[in-house]
Design a protein around this ligand. Structure first.
Ligand SMILES: Cc1cc2nc3c(=O)[nH]c(=O)nc-3n(C[C@H](O)[C@H](O)[C@H](O)COP(=O)(O)OP(=O)(O)OC[C@H]3O[C@@H](n4cnc5c(N)ncnc54)[C@H](O)[C@@H]3O)c2cc1C
Length: 498
C-alpha cells in the first residue's frame, strides 16, 4: 500500500515553544470554518483560524436549505412546518441519517435563518422586485436558477420536494434559500454566502492566518488534542489551542487514494466537484488521533438533465433500456442512482417536441426507429421499445405506475426520437464526498466507541453531517453553517471556567 502523506500526532511534551496560542483554533476557512469562528467568538474572545490557501478556497453556490416557515417562505405564501421539513429531509438524506442532528437542524432552522441574516447574508424577504435577475424564464412558464426550478422570492425547489416520494410525505414547499442583492443587479448566487460569512468574521477581530496548513495534531500526555503542527511559508508552525481545535477542512474528493479505499466507484465514475483543498488531510489527521470516520462511501453525484427543464418529460434508461427513477426528482438523486446503482450508465430518451425546446445538449443518437437506436447504443433487442410502449400507454392517461413521475411531465413519446448519452465518459456526473468524522450534534469528534476525542471538534464536509446516502442542494451550506457555529461554541466552552 502506498505510504500515507499524513503524519501521526506529535506529543506536546516534544514542543518547547508554541508560535501562537489561542483558546480555539479553527482549521479551514470555508462555510463551516467561518461559522465555527463566529460561533467560537460568541463564547471566547480568543479565536484563530488557519487556512492553507491564500484566500478561502471554499467553492460554493449560494443555496441554503432552510425551512419550518422562514420569513422568505411565509412572504411567498408557502406554509412549512418543522415536522414537514424533518419528514422530507429524513427521507431525502438517508438511509443512515443522524436523527439527533436532523432534529436539531430542523428545530433550529428559523433561528439559524435570523443568525445568517445578522451575519450579513442577504436573505431578503418578499417577492422579486423586477423579475428574477439570475433566472431564465421558460416558454412554458417555468423559471430556472442554474438547473433547478425557481419558486419566486429567492426560493428554489432544491431536493425534489414536488416529486415522488417526497410529495406524498408532506405538502410540497421550496426550501432552497438564495441570497439576493437588495438592488437586484449583482449576481449573488455563486459564492455569496461564503463571502458574507468571511466579511462577518473580519468584523469580529478573529485572527485569520492564510497560507498555513495543519499537518498533524498535537496531543498532551492524557491524549487530549491541544494544538496542531503545520507549515507556513515553508516553515514549521506550532499553534496551541487551550480549549479546542475545530477541523473544518472539507471533504476528500481530491484524494484518489482515499476514494479508492472508501468510495471506489467515484474514482472513474464521476468528475470532482469542489477544489483541490478537499484532500481529506484533516480527516486523516483526526483518524490518526483516534477519531472515527463514518459513511465514507457516501457522496453527492449530480446528473444534470435539466439545462432546459423540459427534458424532464423524456425518460431516463439504463444499460438494459429500462427506466430506473422518476425523471422529475432532484438531479442529485438521478446522479447517485446512476453512479451507485446503474453502473454510471444512463441515457435520456426524448422526442422532437421536447428536444426542439433546447439547443444546449447534442443528441448522440437520433432516429424514427427505436430498434435502430437500440442497435446503435448496444441495448438489448426490443428492450427500449418495450420501455417506451409501456411508458406511453400510461403517460397518455397522465399516469406513471412504475416511478410516479408527476402528471405535469407526462406525455407519450413519438418519433423521431433523440437520445442523450449521459454515461460518464460522455457527460460525467460531478461528485463530492459526504462521509467524514463522526461527531455528535455539538461538533465533538467521537472515537470508534462513541467516546469523545477530547479537545477535537469538526463540522462541514470534514465530518459526516446531515446528508448521508441522499442529498438536497443547500444542505452543505446549511449544515456547514449550522453545525459549524455549534462546533465553535462547544469548543470555546470546553474547559471554560476550569
Ligand atoms: C460549484 C459548487 C456549487 C455548490 N453549490 C452549493 C450550494 O448552492 N449550496 C450548498 O449547500 N452547497 C453547495 N456546494 C457544496 C458546498 O459548497 C460544499 O460542500 C461546502 O462549501 C463545503 O464547506 P466546508 O466548509 O465543509 O469545506 P470547504 O469549503 O472545502 O473548506 C475547507 C477549507 O479548508 C482548507 N483546508 C483543507 N485542509 C486544510 C489544512 N490541512 N490546513 C488548513 N486548511 C485546510 C481548504 O483550503 C478550504 O478552504 C457547491 C459546491 C460546488 C463545488
Amino acid at each position: 500500500m502506498a505510504a500515507r502523506v499524513v503524519s501521526r500526532p506529535v506529543s506536546a511534551s516534544a514542543i518547547s515553544q508554541w508560535d501562537i496560542e489561542t483558546d480555539v483554533l479553527v482549521v479551514g476557512f470555508g462555510i463551516a470554518g467561518t461559522s465555527a469562528a463566529l460561533g467560537a467568538a460568541e463564547v471566547s474572545g480568543d479565536v484563530v483560524v488557519i487556512e492553507r490557501g491564500g484566500g478561502s478556497e471554499g467553492t460554493c453556490g449560494g443555496l441554503l436549505y432552510l425551512g419550518g416557515g422562514t420569513p422568505m417562505q411565509t412572504a411567498m405564501g408557502y406554509q412549512d412546518s418543522v415536522a414537514d421539513m424533518y419528514r422530507v429531509l429524513h427521507a431525502a438524506l438517508g438511509p443512515g441519517v443522524d436523527e439527533a442532528k436532523l432534529r436539531s437542524y430542523c428545530d433550529g432552522s428559523l433561528q439559524h435563518f435570523d443568525w445568517l441574516v445578522e451575519c450579513g447574508v442577504p436573505l431578503i424577504t418578499g417577492p422579486d422586485e423586477e423579475g428574477t435577475p439570475l433566472a431564465t424564464p421558460d416558454p412554458d412558464g417555468f423559471v430556472q436558477v442554474g438547473a433547478q426550478e425557481y419558486a419566486g422570492g429567492g426560493l428554489v425547489w432544491t431536493g425534489g420536494e414536488q416529486a415522488y416520494p417526497f410529495n406524498e410525505l408532506a405538502p410540497a414547499v421550496p426550501r432552497g434559500h438564495m441570497p439576493r442583492d437588495p438592488n437586484g443587479t449583482e449576481d449573488l448566487f455563486e459564492g455569496a454566502v461564503l463571502k458574507c460569512m468571511i466579511s462577518a468574521v473580519e468584523r469580529t477581530g478573529v485572527r485569520v492566518i492564510y497560507n498555513t496548513g495543519a499537518e498533524r495534531l498535537v496531543l498532551d500526555d492524557s491524549g487530549r488534542v491541544v494544538g496542531i503542527e503545520g507549515r507556513r511559508d515553508g516553515e514549521t508552525v506550532r499553534i496551541r489551542a487551550r480549549r479546542g481545535v475545530v477541523l473544518t477542512t472539507g471533504g476528500f474528493i481530491y484524494n484518489d487514494e482515499m476514494l479508492r479505499e472508501y468510495s471506489p466507484l467515484l474514482v472513474e465514475g464521476a468528475a470532482k466537484l469542489g477544489h483541490g483543498g478537499q484532500d481529506g488531510r484533516g480527516i486523516q489527521m483526526a483518524q490518526l488521533a483516534g477519531a472515527d470516520a463514518i459513511h465514507m462511501d457516501a457522496a453527492d453525484a449530480t446528473l444534470v438533465t435539466t439545462p432546459h427543464i423540459s427534458f424532464i418529460a423524456g425518460i431516463l434508461v439504463n444499460g438494459l433500456g429500462r427506466r430506473f427513477i422518476n425523471e422529475d426528482t432532484y438531479y442529485g438523486r438521478l446522479g447517485t442512482e446512476s453512479v451507485f446503482r446503474q453502473n454510471s450508465e444512463a441515457y435520456l430518451v426524448v422526442d422532437d417536441d421536447i428536444f426542439l425546446e433546447s439547443s444546449w445538449l447534442r443528441p448522440a443518437w437520433a432516429s424514427d426507429s427505436l430498434a435502430e437506436i437500440e442497435q446503435q447504443i448496444g441495448l438489448p433487442d426490443a428492450a427500449l421499445q418495450q420501455t417506451v410502449d409501456y411508458y406511453n400507454l400510461y403517460a397518455g392517461k397522465g399516469e406513471d405506475p412504475l416511478f410516479h413521475k408527476g402528471p405535469r411531465w407526462l406525455k407519450p413519446l413519438n418519433p423521431p426520437y433523440a437520445v442523450l448519452d449521459l454515461r460518464n465518459r460522455s457527460m460525467p456526473t460531478s461528485a463530492f464526498t459526504l462521509g467524514g468524522l463522526h461527531t455528535d450534534p455539538g461538533g465533538q469528534v467521537l472515537d470508534v466507541q462513541g467516546q469523545p476525542v477530547r479537545g477535537l471538534y469538526s463540522a462541514g464536509r470534514a465530518s459526516s453531517g446531515l446528508a448521508v446516502y441522499g442529498y438536497c442542494s443547500g444542505i452543505s451550506l446549511g449544515d456547514g453553517s449550522f453545525f459549524g457555529r455549534l462546533a465553535g461554541q462547544t469548543a470555546a466552552s470546553d474547559g471554560a471556567g476550569e
